[in-house]
Design a protein around this ligand. Sequence first.
Ligand code: SDX
Length: 432
Amino acid sequence: MASNMITITNNADGSSHEYPLKTGTLGPGAVDISALYRDAGIFTYDPGFMATASCHSAITYIDGEQGVLLYRGYPIEQLATRASFLEVAYLLLYGELPQERQLLHFERDIIEHMMINENLKNFLNGFHYDAHPMAILCGVVGSLSAFYHEAMDVNDPDYRDISARQLIAKVPTIAAAAYKHSVGEPIMYPRDELRYCANFLHMMFATPRADFKPDLIAEKALNLLFILHADHEQNASTSTVRLAGSSGANPFACVAAGIASLWGPAHGGANEAVLDMLLEIGDVANVPKFIAKAKDKDDPFRLMGFGHRVYKNYDPRAKIIREVCHQVLEEVSGAGDDPLFELAMKLEEIALNDEYFVERKLYPNVDFYSGIIYSALGVPRNMFTVMFAVARTVGWVTHWTEMMSDPANRIGRPRQVYNGPERRDYLPISKR
Ligand code: SDX
């Protein structure tokens, strides 16, 4: 039997079939069972895709046991502290770190496209003042296909590149506009002379009343947070974008679907839920009560910001954010460590010494500390997941591009194990 083949034997009838073992450059291989239904008339069953590889990808590699995260082979620890967010966006999109001229042209192109069509303001004004910014972002990004529909040919690589850059450029502008709408302030336009993160801070916090100079510490913190959130392999929202895109849907609609998936509290919505949880806990004295709730099977409460489907070690992103928290809190707020940060560290210390969390390998994830920095930067809680979406737009459009340029790409269409009623005949209402 060839070493790179896996045999599946059905003990019910003694039949067996061999399937190729596909291996990549790093990490586990996968058995290609695409012929299983044809050979054996059965499906595989893997709800939540715990052990299912949906595709080949060369973008991001995660080793959950070792707590390793690589973007196109580069360790997240090196990129987070040494690169700019648009430099990382270029790396993810095109596979190589840009040379100086390439980066300059890319930055210029993105900044020049940050403006949105003036008519999009009509959409924003249609939302109630207290609409959640994620609802606004999801709706307005989905509507972009109504504005940028010229030559919308998803099979044309040039169109794919243009729309990927359009989304990287315009999502932050829409995100900031959603915030301005929620606080009743006029939308601020991007500025050609500002870098990407400084532009975002300008659009969020500047007003027509006075000149606004983005704080350099805040810009540096945002640059780091955006890099950490840029991509993460086949997570729920990225898989949503891929599945939507597999039907040939336009990239604006696909990214809107990704935004919707990210909003869930089990995924990107966790960063907002962490701050809500810390505020509910309120004091270190209450931590044991909440730890007990998190362990109680009858209580739906979970320790938000803890646990991860892939990381069974400390999330490397959480480690970096935790270290930066001290510095940002000191330099931005000047008030030293925020009491919520102190509470978060105490909660982490208690949980990481509790057998329930240790046994299940539940560690803080990227969402556990990010909200504390966003708060220090003046970002309100209901904007935390929007910040995540701005950064993850880079990962979403990169995965969409990779999938659409793969000749093997076909529509995603999972099957099921049916456990509903067998065939039965319609009964007239008088006989039911
Ligand atoms: C992100 O996939 C990605 O890469 C996502 C992400 C990205 O960058 O895209 O990294 C971003 O979404 C991070 C995760 C943010 N979510 C949260 O912080 C919400 C709280 N975490 C959990 O809901 C949970 O840990 C998940 C959703 C993150 C992972 O869920 P899994 O892999 O389905 O794990 P599970 O539900 O099967 O849990 C295994 C056990 C269970 O206990 P037992 O049934 O074995 O007794 O661990 C327990 C769970 O009850 N558990 C928790 C827990 N997380 C898991 N118990 C208490 N608190 C928690 N947070």
